[in-house]
Design a protein around this ligand. Sequence first.
Ligand code: ATP
Ligand code: MG
Length: 296
Amino acid sequence: MSQPPQHLELTKVDIDFPTPNGPFKALQDINLTINKGEFVSLIGHSGCGKSTVLNIVAGLYQATNGGCLLDGKEVNAPGPERAVVFQNHSLLPWLTAYENVELAVKQVFGKSKSKAEMREWIEHNLSLVHMDHAMDKRPDEISGGMKQRVGIARALAMEPTVMLMDEPFGALDALTRAHLQDSLMEIQKDLNNTVIMITHDVDEAVLLSDRIVMMTNGPAATVGEILHIDLPRPRDRIALADDPQYNHYRHEVLTFLYEKQRTPDSGLSSKKKDEATLKVATGEHKPKAKGEDKAA
Ligand SMILES: Nc1ncnc2c1ncn2[C@@H]1O[C@H](COP(=O)(O)OP(=O)(O)OP(=O)(O)O)[C@@H](O)[C@H]1O
Ligand SMILES: [Mg+2]
């Protein structure tokens, strides 16, 4: 009897980018299988190829060798079942928050939902990210964190099977970031969609993920190690601050990044590396406090 297809499967993925000096092999032999509803983070030094992996799953890049299957179907173009959240909140500036979400909703549900149903659905998704109070504002009238929340609402409103998030909270202040991390955990628990998130933040990766995929440095980057985060959910950042298992996971990721993959051109300044090493050595690496949420 044949096996049922895996949910999301990257098999033997290589990618060569054309450059004036010949092909540049950014990724080599990426193999990764992701289960339905799983939260996977990609972590690795700047330039190693994280966004390239995400873009292949999004269907924006085509692998040179190997490929990506979603529920047994080959991915070779973008599709609404794979919504992408970019770091730089890519909202259309002339549309309100509501209209930005509406554009995506019309694309997916224009034929299956009535006007009233679409309005209710758009408002529901904006309220999931606590943006219902500002839905008639345009991007230039709201903060960076609010724009990011609209971007997440837009992605959620498409009811994607897979959410692809490229450093979604990278540009945000610590308080807004903590708030959105908590919201994302709640939403994902309710919807059980699969999430692949790129992050540079080790705390964020451990707090949110079921697995952390750690990538080696490029060129020809690949999956270095995979860490299973076996912490019960719901996860509370305050409670985890003193949790030995949490700190063990954190230490594993830092060791991978700053010892095993440490190179002179790893993309992090030596000051940052020293700070990270110092934090491990002193145990000063608490997750952000829950109370920080309120400022968002
Ligand atoms: N379209 C492209 N053409 C040529 N080279 C590319 C292209 N896209 C990415 N690269 C190269 O592939 C490598 C991986 O890039 P990628 O953007 O995936 O890195 P990243 O891990 O996301 O980095 P960061 O953390 O800085 O966002 C880099 O060396 C980059 O210069
Ligand atoms: Mg990137």
